[in-house]
Design a binder for this molecule. Structure first.
Ligand code: IVH
Length: 700
């Protein structure tokens, strides 16, 4: 792959991972893998600066914005940290920093707490706002929830204006206690802490005993601190909890002891030579801590040097994180078998001796493909090290001890275990080429009916299995022509269960009216998910016939010209639409009478009452939830969306909990529109998805 495509691919992956991590609090990949990809992109952009687009994930810190909490602008830069993975990298960073700035430096080593990053804003010593990191410029106001954390002072010992950065976390013991009672347990304390901070009801947040340690403070008025340990000391004196488990390094241990004492802080001290052993000690005793840490942070202590070093768009140059690897466990591979996916792709799966790791029990681990197995030189019976990438996805990391059964590296079977057709190799993967392979047919039907696609209630994988194995349904068109009453003869569907059949029939009927865009997504074409489908349809390729014409002419540029669709995606969409399997499905869908054209939701044209206007939407709404629904109404009437209020903004639509944007709108003389007024502007008849009585203005 050429470097341009690789950079684009990395950008796309990282954007997706950032969103998942910061918005939902769940990681799709390990931190290590994420950081590896991030660093690869950073390097590519360094070598080819023209690749550094303004929307590159390297240009921002990551976003955790959601519509549930009002957005608030940060008044300090809320940056991330540069990373290193070995103590030699840390030492060379320290040496380089000293060389560039003079020898007279000292360093603070702090624990990198594995929790949820927060900024606390105090006005005249009173907690005014607690804001999530967001994209580093704008975050979500979660004050009500943060106020439930006992170690967050609501009033400080002095009436200062100050912004404080800290990490909200949940102690391991509390995590085990709470998580064991949850029907859907979290993978680790960090995810539970993040989920808790984003609860809509602060009373629910209060049920979870979260903690906080703060690690940076930014005073509005000038203060005469000269170094970081003085700041930490001042934060303690103001009433904040500061992690006592820090270390301080100067030229000599004596000097370090003296200065830490002067700052009246707890912690260990040493000379620069003691840094490697300190890192080793922290790493070794990590498991004994009552809370999780995912690394250490080394910070320049002198504030004047910090100022001199400055910042990149992503991190300060005066600090670096030393990251630990993912926690590992040891277990044995009992067997390796393969799964056949809906596209025919064959995935080897390791069945392992049941093992507990980071709060969950692991029995199965995907091995991806033959190359992956070869790289590990993995055989059945081997003892292996396993980890949870991003603390979520289990992975085999390495073989620790070979089996003594004489088993050699596992090899992919020659034929499909389900239909016995000879497998073929495409790229890194093996495929069963038989479109009618029962595993593929069932997989396709299940995918089609699942949530996120056609969302046909009652037709989960188990029911699909029954329909298939009884010879009732073997294609999507058969799904629509099948007489479901025939199921009555089967166990679990007759008698009182007859209700099940009726609701399946209704769900299928309803699905015929499902919009064309969902039908397109349900085809399961790689890279042609909801977002790409919206972009393509909005660009005018809004019917199956138009799309098939583009595919027939192999007109990649028609799709890649659309903003947000790159060459790689355009090619994948066209290949997908041209594949024999997808054409069969499309014909099935056409025959079944599904929507083959994007219906303009408006029906008759809507009056363009907002033409030429720019609207900003903030806060939450009773009738527009998520609030993008309000934005859709504005766009349908010719208005454009802006994310912030400026002098040029026509209106600010303000829902409940609207934050600082209201003040801005007042300052700039921008018209502020309430939800009630907005509905009146739209005309009640045109508010979507509300029945008549709900849409009456007298509700307000
Ligand atoms: S300093 C500008 N110190 O790590 C200073 N961060 O990967 C940047 N974190 O978003 C942060 N413990 O949430 C700092 N002792 C510590 C930390 C720490 C945890 C988190 C923080 C930050 C992330 C960066």
């Amino acid at each position: 792959m050429d470097y341009v495509s690789r950079a684009r691919e990395l950008s796309k992956l990282l954007t997706e991972y950032q969103r998942a991590y910061y918005v939902t609090g769940r990681a799709l990949v390990s931190d290590l893998e994420y950081d590896r990809l991030f660093d690869e992109l950073l390097l590519l952009e360094k070598e080819h600066p023209e690749l550094r687009t303004p929307d590159s994930p390297t240009q921002r810190v990551g976003s955790d914005l959601s519509s549930d909490f009002p957005e608030v602008s940060h008044t300090i830069p809320v940056l991330s940290l540069d990373k290193a993975y070995s103590d030699s990298e840390i030492l060379s960073w320290i040496n380089k920093t000293m060389k560039n700035t003079g020898e007279n430096l000292s360093f603070v080593l702090e624990e990198k707490l594995d929790g949820f990053s927060i900024v606390l804003y105090y006005e005249k010593g009173v907690l005014a706002r607690a804001v999530t990191r967001g994209n580093g410029f704008v975050g979500n106001d979660v004050t009500a929830n943060v106020k439930t954390i006992h170690s967050v002072p609501l009033r400080l010992s002095q009436p200062v204006d100050i912004a404080v950065r800290g990490e909200v976390f949940l102690k391991k013991a509390e995590f085990e206690r709470i998580n064991s009672k949850l029907s859907e347990p979290y993978a680790n304390p960090r995810n539970l802490a993040a989920g808790t901070i984003r609860r809509n009801k602060s009373s629910e947040t209060a049920q979870v005993p979260l903690s906080i340690y703060v690690y940076e403070g930014f005073w509005t008025d000038s203060v005469d601190f000269t170094d970081h340990i003085q700041i930490l000391s001042a934060l303690k004196a103001l009433g904040f909890a500061v992690d006592p488990n820090l270390s301080f390094f100067c030229k000599t241990k004596e000097e370090a002891l003296q200065r830490l004492k002067e700052a009246s802080l707890e912690g260990k001290c040493g000379s620069f030579d003691d840094i490697p052993s300190a890192i080793a000690e922290y790493t070794a005793s990590r498991a004994d801590l009552p809370y999780e840490i995912d690394g250490l942070v080394v910070k320049v202590n002198e504030l004047s040097t910090r100022e001199e070093l400055g910042y990149t768009g992503h991190h300060p140059r005066w600090a670096i994180a030393y990251k630990f690897e993912a926690p590992q466990a040891q277990t044995q591979v009992l067997d390796i078998d393969v799964q056949v996916g809906r596209t025919g792709r064959i995935t080897p799966m390791a069945r392992i001796k049941e093992t507990r790791l980071s709060g969950s029990t692991i029995r199965n681990i995907t091995l991806h493909n033959q190359d992956y197995v070869n790289e590990l030189e993995l055989a059945i019976g081997d003892t292996v090290a396993i980890s949870k990438r991003g603390d979520v996805i289990p992975a085999v990391e390495s073989v620790i001890e070979k089996n003594d059964l004489g088993n050699t590296t596992w090899q992919m079977p020659k034929s499909c275990p389900v239909c016995k057709t000879d497998l073929v190799v495409r790229g890194a993967h093996h495929f069963c080429p038989n479109h009618d392979c029962p595993a593929q047919v069932k997989g396709r039907l299940s995918f089609f009916c699942a949530k996120g696609q056609m969302d046909i209630e009652g037709l989960g994988p188990k029911t699909i299995e029954t329909l298939y194995e009884n010879g009732f349904v073997r294609s999507i068109s058969e799904l629509y022509s099948f007489d479901f009453n025939r199921l009555k003869a089967l166990d679990g569907f007759g008698g009182a269960e007859g209700k099940k059949i009726e609701s399946m029939k209704m769900a299928l009927e309803k699905s015929r009216r499902i919009p064309f865009r969902s039908v397109l997504v349900s085809l399961g074409i790689p890279e042609f998910g909801k977002k790409a489908v919206d972009l393509v349809c909005d660009a005018g390729f809004d019917s199956m016939d138009k799309l098939l014409a583009v595919a027939d002419g192999h007109d990649v540029s028609a799709l890649s010209a659309i903003k947000g669709i790159g060459d790689v995606t355009a090619n994948l969409i066209i290949d997908g639409l041209n594949s024999e399997d997808i054409r069969i499905i499309i014909n099935d869908l056409k025959e079944s009478g599904l929507q083959m054209q994007d219906e303009k939701e408006d029906g008759p044209a809507v009056e363009q009452i907002f033409k030429g206007q720019s609207w900003c939407v903030t806060g939450s709404f009773e009738n527009f939830n998520p609030r993008s629904k309000a934005m859709d109404e504005i766009k349908r009437r010719g208005g454009v969306e802006v994310s912030g209020v400026s002098r040029k903004t026509t209106c600010l639509l303000a829902g409940s909990g609207a934050g600082s944007k209201i003040e801005k709108a007042r300052e700039f003389g921008v018209r502020i529109v309430s939800e009630e007024e907005f509905i009146r502007m739209l005309g009640t008849a045109q508010v979507e998805e509300k029945n008549e009585s709900e849409a009456q203005p007298d509700l307000f």
